[in-house]
Design a protein around this ligand. Structure first.
Ligand code: PA5
Length: 437
């Protein structure tokens, strides 16, 4: 993976970071790297996530899902960190929904939201008797996940399907989901201890669907390990830290928004995964950098206007694979279009990428280029790990508590209280604020 920070360093970039300021920041990066290394060595909460490439047992995951390898569809029931990693990996490797999926991979459907119309659509679409259900919840108590699972279970029972045989559970050591798995002797995998949901992509949480689809999960972990081995005490020697440090540096100078723009349809979920990682980890104590999601080249025809000419409060993160399967644009004699003929769609996408970068630079708007070699298991594992490490570094530099999410937990308690799931003062606060107009 390569990170090019040149367009965020340009003297004119506003908000940009100067080379001198970045060199000074590098001393903090060295200290943060030490802290991260200590946390990893002690398997401390959160930091332990950066050990997953070494710690995750791919063979155990493959053996656990083997009975479901005949599945014609996969249904992940989970939310937030318990769904986005799996969706990101499967999409990047070609296995999300029916669109753009690899020819022989069972498509992955994700049931995260509890919108009844969406749930109904999915249950109509998937062949329940030939679907592998992948229910994921670290706590085993998240209302959306458990409710959706109860609905799926009921639908399977109604279709005469033994759901205990078609479901694999991934959860923490204890909790209602673990009890359910034990009671029905269902295949179950652990959410590793010390790993917050949004940092768990390179564990069973993110890898089960890919394993059922026959993707190379060892390769994903090997790529993660490659990024782990590239962590170094200086941002100038470490692409992941360079990205984290520059993001932090420009945020200090007013880049309150980080617009992530992958130039690959198969990385659309990556932007969503990144948004959760960045927002939930760094949005603390009045600090943070709001992630915005976009897709190149599509959003050049909408959001780019704002990124180039709107408030000077953004960093644009441009992401692309260097190689891709390609298709030639047919020759044409239509006037004004002959320049397209003979080029490839990939050439065009790359030209769009570089044009956007140039357009931002010409308007003195900072951007960072993140490139992976190709969309294969190793490069995707490397990218996910590197962004997690970048996020942890940013959290250290900003001195926030990267690995908790009290605001998210507040909302969970409030929703539970409103549904009568206990006495939660948060629920009362919701009612207190009601003001009908
Ligand atoms: O990153 C996080 O901690 C959250 O996004 C959780 O993953 C999310 O709230 C789901 O929680 P759980 O896995 O306990 O169901």
């Amino acid at each position: 993976m390569q990170v090019d920070i040149g367009n965020a360093l340009a003297a004119e970039a506003d908000p940009g970071i100067s080379r001198d300021a970045l060199a000074r920041l590098d001393e903090d990066v060295a200290r943060a790297h030490d802290r991260i290394a200590t946390g990893r060595a002690g398997e401390e909460f959160g930091y332990a996530a950066l050990n997953l490439p070494e710690r995750t047992d791919a063979a155990e995951i493959e053996a656990t899902v083997e009975p479901l390898s005949d599945a014609e569809a996969i249904l992940t029931v989970g939310i937030g960190g318990s769904a986005l990693g799996a969706a990101t990996i499967s999409e990047a490797l070609g296995g999300l929904d029916t669109e753009g999926k690899a020819a022989d991979a069972a498509p992955l459907y994700v049931l995260d939201n509890v919108d009844p119309a969406h749930v109904r659509e999915i249950l109509t679409e998937v062949p329940l008797d030939r679907t592998a259900v992948n229910v994921v919840s670290r706590s085993g108590t998240t209302a959306e996940t458990l409710s959706n699972f109860l609905v799926v279970r009921e639908a399977m029972e109604a279709a005469g399907v033994d759901w205990t045989e078609r479901t694999v559970v991934t959860t923490g050591e204890a909790g209602p989901l673990r009890e359910l798995a034990d009671r029905h002797d269902m295949p179950a995998l652990d959410v590793p201890t010390g790993v917050p949901g949004r940092f768990s992509a390179l564990s069973a949480v993110g890898l089960v669907p890919a394993a059922i689809q026959g993707h190379d999960i060892e390769g994903l972990l090997a790529g993660g390990q490659r990024a782990a081995e590239s962590l170094a005490p200086s941002l100038f020697d470490c692409p992941a830290y360079a990205y984290g440090a520059v993001s932090y540096g420009v945020a200090q100078r007013g880049a309150d928004i980080n617009a992530v723009v992958p130039y690959a349809e198969r990385l659309e979920f990556f932007a969503e995964w990144f948004a959760q990682l960045w927002a939930e980890s760094l949005g603390k104590d009045g600090l943070g950098q709001t992630p915005a999601r976009a897709l190149g080249a599509t959003d050049q025809h909408s959001q780019l206007q704002l990124y180039r000419a709107g408030p000077r409060d953004k960093l644009v993160t441009m992401v692309r694979p260097r190689e891709r399967a390609d298709r030639t644009i047919p020759e044409t004699d239509i006037e004004g279009l002959s320049y397209l003929g003979g080029s490839t769609l990939g050439d065009l996408l790359d030209a769009e990428f570089e044009a956007t970068e140039a357009s931002l630079a010409a308007a003195d708007r900072p951007s960072v280029r993140v490139e992976i070699d190709r969309l294969d298991a190793e490069c995707v594992g490397e990218l996910l790990y590197a962004m997690e490490a970048a996020c942890v570094l940013y959290g250290e530099l900003a001195n926030v508590s990267t690995f908790d999410q009290p605001a998210v937990e507040w909302g969970k308690r409030a929703a539970r209280g409103l549904l009568g799931g206990g006495e939660f003062e948060e629920a009362a606060a919701v009612a207190d604020k009601t003001e009908l107009v």
